[in-house]
Design a protein around this ligand. Structure first.
Ligand code: GDP
Ligand code: IMO
Ligand code: MG
Length: 419
């Protein structure tokens, strides 16, 4: 038995979905603990592409329980759509469990997000427009609706009318109570069969010595506390989020696996020291197909940042790494890797906590020789070109964590185990 946490170590889109899909072959349950439909986790199975937003990425395997914990914010319309989509593609989603304490993304959350982004003018975050921030804000402000509230007509009516009154008084937003009430009551009817106490369920599974994977969404630098605030999402994306996002004790976690891309990407606004604005950035974007799985936006691309990885290792307590997309670097003659930053003439090795310092940091690069060979055809680590092995070793050295899994193409068979 083991309880494994899988988290993103950069700004999301590291390939968590494909890693979780691979690992879920041997797991009894896959659990989402934070985020919402802002996540887009891609799994490629024999040429077919699946993108998961709220349903855990283990859903393609048979038998595992797919669990959505209390820390997730759930847009019921999107969840139901995702379930129907999967069903229409022959995937049974009968092992889904949804926390009654998870908060609900409401129509006004999207509207508020849109208005707030507009108001930010030059300071826009570049959100996914899924209502995530306002839904978490309502949760913290103690005026959110939970999934369980959709199951009770009286409670729903009471909470919804209070919420609509609030948004009318504060933001002059006018919503029709009847329309939303009917719509969300229906969602409640449709979702009822999945709703349960997921903390109880997960703890029971642990007592039965089952193998559980906790699937992180977003990435460490998008964490609301530890990320590049305010250019972050609104949840705790780091491994510590598992405990509160599900209701398990920290003593129950056995291992933390960090997923890291062989270079860096970021979608949305905010500083990005190793960003490549020129030709190589374009090569990475095209070869790596760096377009958002949720919004389709072009991702910004840059060199690998070792300072970030070291930081992610610290705040997540990483035990090992899954390194993805090595193949995207196949055609580069020279590859840079950031080993430290320079700020006002001084070398900084630790990730700075002040945004203004971080914005002023210049990367200190180590340049390495590329391998100029196709790594996507490699089936075992030993067969990689020596230069690629050296690059992997450098990542391990600079991050202080070993690479245990290596991905050289999106297909299931192309995730290699090292050691
Ligand atoms: P996630 O949000 O962390 O699950 O990552 P995304 O699914 O948003 O983005 C990762 C993208 O990279 C997807 O399109 C994957 O199919 C793709 N991918 C994953 N691993 C590899 C790899 O090793 N090589 C290549 N070329 N693509 C990969
Ligand atoms: P996965 O799980 C990459 C980014 C948005 C924006 C910021 C805030 O697929 O790795 P939000 O809508 O959450 O309020 O947006 O966070 N963002 C992601 N970037 N991958 C994701 O998820 C992301 N989820 C949110 O682009 O910059
Ligand atoms: Mg993604």
């Amino acid at each position: 038995m083991s309880n494994l946490v899988v988290v993103g170590t950069q700004w999301g889109d590291e390939g968590k979905g494909r890693v979780v899909d691979f690992l879920s072959k041997k797991a009894d349950a896959i659990v989402r603990f934070q985020g919402g439909s802002n996540a887009g986790h891609t799994v490629m199975v024999t040429g077919e592409k699946f993108i998961f937003h709220l349903v855990p990425s283990g859903a393609l395997r048979r038998g595992e329980k797919c669990i959505i914990g209390n820390g997730v914010v759930v847009d019921p319309r999107e969840l139901l759509e995702e379930i129907k989509n999967l069903q229409s593609r022959g995937i049974k989603v009968d092992n889904l469990y949804l926390s009654g304490s998870a908060h609900v993304v409401m129509p006004y959350h999207r509207k508020i997000e849109e208005m707030e982004e507009e108001q930010r003018d030059k300071q826009k975050i570049g959100t996914t427009k899924r209502g995530i921030g306002p839904a978490y804000a309502d949760k913290i402000a103690r005026k959110g609706l939970r999934i369980a509230d959709l199951l009770d007509k009286k409670i729903l009516a009471q909470k919804l009318s209070a919420a609509l009154k609030f948004w009318k008084d504060i933001y002059s937003l006018n919503y029709s109570f009847d329309k939303i009430f009917e719509e969300y009551l229906n969602y409640g009817r449709e979702l009822r069969k999945y709703v349960t106490d997921t903390s109880l369920l997960v703890n029971q599974l642990m007592q039965e010595n089952k193998d559980i994977i906790f699937e992180g969404a977003q990435g460490t630098l998008l964490d609301v506390d530890h990320g590049t605030y305010p250019y972050v999402t609104s949840s705790n994306t780091v491994s510590g989020g598992v405990c509160t996002g599900i209701g398990i004790g920290p003593t129950r976690i056995d291992k933390v696996l960090g997923v890291v891309k062989a270079y860096t990407t970021r979608v949305g606004k905010g500083p990005f020291p190793t960003e490549i604005k020129g030709e190589i950035g374009k090569i990475l974007r095209e070869k790596g197909k760096e377009y958002g799985a949720t919004t389709g936006r072009a991702r910004r691309c840059g060199w690998f940042d070792g300072v970030i990885l070291r930081y992610a290792a610290r705040v997540n307590g990483l035990d090992e790494l899954a390194l993805t997309k090595l193949d995207v670097l196949d055609e580069l003659e020279r590859i840079k890797i950031c080993v430290a930053y320079k700020y006002k003439g001084k070398i900084i090795k630790d990730f700075p906590f002040q945004l203004n310092v971080w914005e002023g940091c210049e990367p200190v690069y180590k340049e390495m020789e590329g391998w100029m060979k196709d790594t996507s055809i490699v089936n075992k680590y030993e067969d990689l070109p020596e230069e690629a092995k050296r690059y992997i070793n450098m990542i391990e050295k600079v991050g202080g964590v070993f690479v245990h899994l290596l991905s050289v193409a999106p297909q299931r068979s192309k995730l290699l185990t090292i050691g």
